[in-house]
Write a protein that binds this ligand. Sequence first.
Ligand code: MF3
Ligand code: CO
Ligand code: CO
Length: 268
Amino acid sequence: MVARVTNAAELAGMRAAGQAAASVLDMIGEYVTPGVTTQRLNELCHQYIVDELKCIPAPLNYGGGGGQKPFPRSICTSVNHVVCHGIPTDGKTLKATDVLNIDITVIKEGYHGDTSKMFSLGEPTILAKRLMQVTQECLYKGMEAVRVGARLGDIGYAIQKHAEAQRFTVVREFCGHGIGKVFHDAPQVLHYGHAGSGILLEEGMTFTIEPMINAGKRHIKILPDQWTAVTKDHKMSAQWEHTLMVTDQGCEIFTLRKEESFASVKTA
Ligand code: MF3
Ligand code: CO
Ligand code: CO
């Protein structure tokens, strides 16, 4: 069964969770400066999520089923060639030329809000800047494909087409996901594929779109820590993520931030 909102209380819950998650990305921006460690960013977000928002950081101790090691931190920090699920650590001090994704998932009154964005620290390379921008455009193209009556494959098709037109590649090992009371639910939202394929999108379905786009080849590997995904060729990777709901107009982006202007988004 795919994740969906079926009544006003659930809709209010998803809106509140989404806005809580988005507020963490707004809060952390000013701390993403040269010399900060990814562990410090983790601590600042953890404290804000727990003490200010009264929410639960969903990544902390997530997983662990099937013999996997539970995720040991409250946020994911994925720097440069890290594709996703980077583990914050005291040993990783950020420098001016780094770019990173910060991925926040909070649980508020039982509902999940999941969102991520790219940050640069002041001096990204021209390539890094372009990759970050094109990846955000990929997310937006995916969101533009969402409406009642469209198909799931329309989303992946739009993303893949835009990424590959820029000679970038789409990571295939991770996908967007249904989300609600469950963190990772059905359906799987692939970031590549064919228009007109997959399930029909229906009013109220809730899922994430979270394309990971590489500057080099699409292939990845998982580090021995069992979480960190990196590009095999060590070239740069970028990711942006929103949690949304299908509407007849298009979609409602639960995790939209004030800094964004996304014309076809219907907000609450
Ligand atoms: N937030 C990630 C996603 O977008 C999942 C992180 S799970 C963790 O689905 F355990 F790595 F934190
Ligand atoms: Co997600
Ligand atoms: Co996420």
